[in-house]
Each structure stands twice: as structure tokens, then as C-alpha cells.
Design a protein around this ligand. Structure first.
Ligand code: ADP
Ligand code: MG
Length: 329
């Protein structure tokens, strides 16, 4: 902003001056020598590490319903950004926040900041800077994560014969979209709708799993636009294809009971789950499958040398799939 009012600076220090913390005790010099308050923040890369950066912008009415509570908005914005670090195997360190607000409402800001803080504290990351402007509600968060040099998990390493794996269950956040107009917060009435809304409003970035996969997974991506669309990104970057098994696509009890007929298409093409999809050689999977972090991991298919996606159905038939997912334009 060019015309800084006292209110603007007051607002920043009151609601954003102390969000989150980063534990620097395991590094021999500070990783964040300078946070909020100067023209720039400063990050110092510990020896032998690289910084992974990702930015996500969420626009009101496009990426979240206008009725979302500010608490859930703060939580969700940071969660979806952290999910990109999880997909690279990076440990989150810090983030910056560009906030465009139609008005400065202290109650709204306090609740938004609380949603941010809850997740920032959980993952031990610090808000180190940002920008505040007036306009239609839009939030951009850039996250900064550390990864041992050369060990970030890219989309480009999948090899034919690798297993295609997925964490958690898919389709629940997509199912929530059917309930958003009726109930805009997780205080929904039935257990199943509460479950779907919780998955939509409070996605859990899979940071621990992503870090664990370093040195094991050949490729990884977070599932923001649906399994088919997101696996297709891995396939394209790696120059491979994939065969998925219908029976193995992980779906929650809530999804199967509430949305029986649509559960497969929701699990394959609905976005917003923020689970991880990754590839690894079968021998590697066999070694890791009994680890606690693999409790929620399913093998959903196998990487093939020919491009394109196919599905093997319960009756043994195979069909070509189109990589339908959420596209913005
Ligand atoms: P400048 O005009 O030099 O960019 P600003 O007035 O935009 O400075 O910001 C002042 C300080 O407050 C900077 O350190 C900036 O990073 C921080 N800041 C501004 N808005 C936010 C925000 N929404 N969240 C966190 N820090 C912010
Ligand atoms: Mg600025």
C-alpha cells in the first residue's frame, strides 16, 4: 500500500505479528534472521540444504465459498500451500501472506489469524512477512521449506513398473461440495456430512509422509485437482502412463455409504483432498509397507511405459481414461 494508515500497521502487528514459530535449535545458525517489520524478511539456508518455494492464491467465490468462516479460511489457505511442500518432501519453515480485504474487520482478522496460527503452530512454521491491500477478498500464501540438497521429490522420476500409491482416502472433500450451500461450516447435522466438510475445510498436509518418502519415492504430487488429473502430471513429466485398479481406489466408509453411485468418480476426479500420490519400485514398497506412516497408504496401480491412463475394472476389463480433473479455465 502506498498510503500507510496507522490502522494498517496496527492491524499487521496485532493479527499477524506473532503467528507461528520455527524451532531453530537443530541448526547451528538462525534460519530466519529477520521476520516481519522490514522491507524484506531474511532466510538463511542451512549447509547442505535447499529451499523449496510454492505460492497459492485463493479467490473468494472461486477457491472457497463466500460463506466460509474466517477461521476455516485461514486454516485452509495455509494447509493447501503446505501440501505442496509435503509433495516435494520438504520440511516447512516459514510463509508469507498477501491479503486483499474488502474492509478491515477486527473480529474477522482475529478469527482468520487464529486459523492460520493453529496450523502454523502444529507444523512449527513462522509468518515472516506479507502485504495487505484493499479489494475483493483474495489470499496468497507463499510457503518456504527445507530439503537436503538434491533430495526433493519431483514429478519427473516415475519409472515403468513402479507402484502408484495414494495416502488416505479420496473423494471426501469433493463430496462436501454438495453440502456447502446448506451448511457452510463443519457444524453439519449428520456424521457423514460433518466428515466431508471437515475434509474440505481442514485438509491435513501430509508433511511427515512426504519427508519420509525422500530417497524412496521416484515421483510425488499432492492431489488437489483429483487423482486422474494429478497422476497425469506425474505421467507427463516422467514420460510414462499408468494402469489403475478400480478396486483399490481408497474411499471412506462415509463416501461409500452416502454417495455409493458417485464414489468412484468423486475419488478419481474431485479435487481438494490434499492427499499424496507417489510412485516407488515394488521392492521399496515391500520394505516400507509395515511402517506406521504407510498405514493409510494404498497401492492404486502401476506405472506403464506406454503413455495414457487405463483403468482395470473389477470384471477384469481394461478401459482408457481421460485425465479429467478440475481445470481453472
Ligand atoms: P512495504 O510497503 O515496504 O512493502 P508494508 O507496509 O507492505 O511494507 O509491510 C510492512 C511490514 O509488514 C513488512 O515487513 C511486511 O512483510 C509486513 N506485512 C505486511 N502485510 C502483512 C501481512 N498480511 N502478513 C504478514 N506480514 C505483513
Ligand atoms: Mg508491501
Amino acid at each position: 500500500m502506498t498510503n500507510h494508515s496507522v490502522d494498517e500497521f496496527g492491524l499487521i502487528s496485532r493479527f499477524f505479528g506473532n503467528v507461528g514459530a520455527f524451532d531453530e535449535s537443530s541448526f547451528d545458525s538462525p534460519v530466519i534472521p529477520l521476520g516481519i517489520g522490514d522491507d524484506c524478511a531474511i532466510l538463511r539456508t542451512p549447509p547442505g540444504h535447499e529451499i523449496c518455494l510454492s505460492i497459492d492464491t485463493l479467490v473468494s467465490g472461486v477457491h472457497f465459498p463466500e460463506s466460509i468462516t474466517p477461521y476455516h479460511l485461514g486454516y485452509r489457505c495455509l494447509a493447501v500451500s503446505l501440501s505442496d511442500l509435503a509433495a516435494m518432501g520438504a520440511t516447512p519453515v516459514a510463509f508469507t501472506l498477501a491479503l486483499t480485504l474488502p474492509e478491515s474487520d477486527p473480529k474477522w482478522l482475529s478469527d482468520f489469524s487464529q486459523g492460520l496460527s493453529e496450523l502454523a503452530n502444529e507444523y512449527q512454521i513462522k509468518l515472516i512477512g506479507g502485504d495487505t491491500t484493499k479489494g475483493p477478498l483474495t489470499i496468497s500464501i507463499q510457503v518456504h521449506g527445507l530439503v537436503p540438497a538434491g533430495q526433493a521429490i519431483k514429478r519427473s522420476g516415475a519409472q515403468p513398473g513402479d507402484l502408484i500409491c495414494v495416502s488416505g482416502s479420496l473423494g471426501d472433500a469433493g463430496a462436501a461440495l454438495g453440502f456447502l450451500e446448506l451448511e457452510s461450516t463443519p457444524d453439519a447435522t449428520t456424521e457423514n456430512s460433518r466428515h466431508f466438510l471437515e475434509r474440505y475445510f481442514r485438509p491435513q498436509p501430509k508433511i511427515a509422509l512426504g519427508c519420509f518418502l525422500r530417497g524412496h519415492a521416484t515421483a510425488a504430487i499432492d492431489i488437489s485437482d483429483g487423482l486422474l488429473a494429478d497422476f497425469s502430471h506425474i505421467a507427463k513429466r516422467s514420460g510414462v502412463g499408468g494402469l489403475l485398479y478400480e478396486n483399490n481406489i481408497p474411499r471412506s466408509v462415509a463416501l461409500l455409504s452416502e454417495m455409493e453411485g458417485q464414489s468412484l468418480s468423486l475419488a478419481l476426479t474431485a479435487g481438494d483432498d490434499y492427499e499424496l500420490c507417489f510412485c516407488m519400485p515394488e521392492a521399496c514398497y515391500e520394505k516400507l509397507k509395515n511402517e506406521a506412516l504407510f498405514d493409510s497408504v494404498s497401492v492404486v496401480g502401476v506405472v506403464s511405459s506406454e503413455c495414457g491412463l487405463k483403468m482395470k475394472y473389477e470384471d477384469g476389463s481394461e478401459r482408457v481414461l481421460s485425465p479429467k480433473g478440475y481445470t481453472h479455465f
